[in-house]
Design a binder for this molecule. Structure first.
Ligand SMILES: Nc1nc2c(ncn2[C@@H]2O[C@H](COP(=O)(O)OP(=O)(O)OP(=O)(O)O)[C@@H](O)[C@H]2O)c(=O)[nH]1
Length: 406
């Protein structure tokens, strides 16, 4: 900034100085012309007298008098018949650009001619002196003025702007916001800087508020998203449960049984982790529908599965295999244990008094997983056992057909 101030003030000083020097020079030229007029009016008549009288010594004295004038460098007078004689004082350079020429007359008769060479050295010397003085004083003035202005600007403006820049740099949205305060006397009148700081604080205040609003908005959004996510998870879980649940009985459906089979089959091992299946079917169920109505049949199915679910272990899975046929998947269960469980179920059903219908019986087929078998093989053998239970007169438990050992 100092460079700019210096450049501008120096240029201004140079322009002013040039103008001043130009007018001074014009004044000097005018002084020189006045000096010549003075010589013409006051000294040349005496010289003309001396020339009329051929008073050579008088002419020389007069001429020297002219030559001593400040503005005269030298002079030459031509006199006598045809002005053939000449006297000179000072330095008269015939090639010098400017010279003053006067015709000397006495009684209307030309008695001589005088050439006066102006003292241009004085003129130029004065001008050069002035240039030196003016340049030195103006340069010094410019320097002092520039430094003063710079110090003033620095004290009154720059230091505040620097503090504002530091404040702006340290501003972090969300952190506590204290408005920027100018470090100067509180008695300082309301000026442009005050207006700037007010606008600055206002802008940062609004920025802070916008940030707080954004944060709050984000929090609300996050809570909304969390709520919706929880609802979605709930809905997803409900859907997943519904997808594997039989609507009427609340037991798992065929799809649920498939999944239960998948995980049970990965853990099952006929030698160490036996897996048993009990397939049960309500006896003469069609007659319930026929005699008591379909709704009574539905209720019977619900009560029937209630008995099954109450008797089996938590690790067992009761599922609707289809119609009035139910499958119980029993991990870690041997054939004997499964037969025992089936017998308990059968007895439980038989002992139960079903609403509207009274007593009802059911038949059971039991099988355990053999080496190399699939779940379909296992269910097929349990189904065969159930078929035999039906064939055998119902209300009984039949085990799988023993394996044929070759
Ligand atoms: N109410 C009701 N009845 C059903 C449902 N699913 C299947 N059924 C009925 O269950 C009956 C099954 O009859 P069947 O297959 O002849 O067997 P059953 O009468 O039990 O005779 P057995 O099994 O030989 O003892 C059919 O009449 C089906 O309509 C159900 O969800 N609700």
């Amino acid at each position: 900034m100092l460079v700019w101030i210096l450049c501008i003030s120096t240029t201004a000083a140079l322009v002013a100085t040039s103008l001043q020097l130009f007018f001074d020079y014009r004044r000097d030229v005018s002084e020189l012309e006045q000096g010549m007029r003075y010589i013409e009016q006051n000294q040349l008549p005496g010289l003309a007298d001396a020339a009329w009288n051929f008073n050579v010594a008088g002419m020389q004295v007069q001429l020297d008098g002219i030559g001593h004038s400040t503005w005269v460098a030298g002079a030459t007078i031509h006199y006598g018949p045809s002005q053939s004689a000449a006297l000179t004082t000072g330095q008269v350079d015939p090639d010098a650009g400017r010279r003053f020429e006067y015709v000397l007359r006495r009684n209307e008769v030309v008695v001589g001619k005088i050439y006066i060479a102006p003292n241009l050295h004085t003129l130029y010397g004065r001008t050069l002196d002035r240039i030196g003085i003016v340049l030195a004083t103006q340069g010094g003035k410019s320097l002092v003025t520039s430094i003063s202005i710079l110090l003033l600007i620095s004290w009154m403006i720059t230091r505040h702007l620097t503090q504002m820049a530091e404040f702006a740099k340290s501003f972090e949205p969300g952190k506590s916001f204290t408005p920027f305060v100018l470090r100067r006397s509180p008695r300082t009148p309301h000026d442009e800087l005050t207006v700037l700081v007010d606008g600055f604080n206002d802008a940062y205040g609004r920025l802070q508020k916008a940030h707080e609003f954004q944060v709050r908005h984000n929090e609300i959004l996050s809570q909304e998203v969390a709520l919706r996510t929880a609802e979605l998870l709930d809905a997803q879980q409900t859907l997943a449960k519904l997808a594997v649940t039989d609507k009427l009985t609340g037991t798992v459906n065929r799809l649920g049984l498939d999944e239960a089979f998948k995980s049970a089959m990965t853990l099952a091992d006929p030698d160490s982790h036996p897996l048993a299946v009990i397939l049960s079917d309500i006896d003469k169920f069609k007659s319930v529908n026929d005699n008591h109505g379909h709704l009574a049949g539905d209720s019977l199915l619900q009560e029937f599965t209630g008995i099954l679910s109450r008797v089996v272990r938590a690790t067992d899975t009761v599922g609707r295999w289809g119609g009035e046929e139910f499958l119980i998947l029993c991990p870690q269960t041997t054939l004997e244990q499964a037969l025992h469980l089936a017998e308990r179920l059968r007895a439980g059903v038989q002992a139960h008094a079903f609403a509207e219908i009274g007593s009802k019986t059911s038949s059971f087929g039991v099988a355990v997983l053999r080496k190399g078998e699939t779940s379909d093989d296992l269910v097929r053998r349990a189904d065969e056992a159930l078929y035999r239970a039906k064939e055998g007169g119902r209300n009984r438990v039949c085990p799988e057909t023993p394996a044929i050992v070759s």
